[in-house]
Design a protein around this ligand. Sequence first.
Ligand code: MN
Length: 200
Amino acid sequence: MYTLPKLEYSYDSLEPFIDAATMEIHYTKHHQAYIDKLNAALESHPKLQDLPIEDLLRKLNTLPKEIQTQVKNHGGGHANHSFWWLNLKKNTKFDGEISKEIKKKFGSYDKFKEEFIKTALSVFGSGWGWLILNKDNNLEIIKTPNQDSPLMEGNVPLLGVDMWEHSFYLKHGPNKTAYMEDFFKVINWENVNKNFEKAK
Ligand code: MN
């Protein structure tokens, strides 16, 4: 059975950029719902419930046809949100190997930020913006619809932003640009660097 990972900080840790109410609902209601629905979909496939969620998504196309859509939506939701919480921390430094690679690939931090925000804002409806290490070992900024995970295409997520309204609407209303500016103030660069070191 999949379970909600422990949140290693309090709901108000990211104030004033991401508000405590949004964090609590997002974590206890939205993330939990993905987990419950994933477990329900896998009820008749107990062996699959033992796989790390990342492995389950990497092999999505080889799973029994009748559960693929549910695993994609709810397994994707579980993986993306587990990733999301680790993604966030105030006052970390844009530093380490990843900062060098980002500057090499995009020119500067500001150019990277601009391109990442542009891609995230171009998500139509609900989805995610990502910095990934792609199959050719290059940094790339992409978006995915719904709860699709970069893992499903064989890519490794390094940084992601949740563009579903439940992630920002309470505080930012329809102002996604303000949400993106606030998101950039709580990126956990230590964790992005860790993801990059692991993916290389
Ligand atoms: Mn979400």
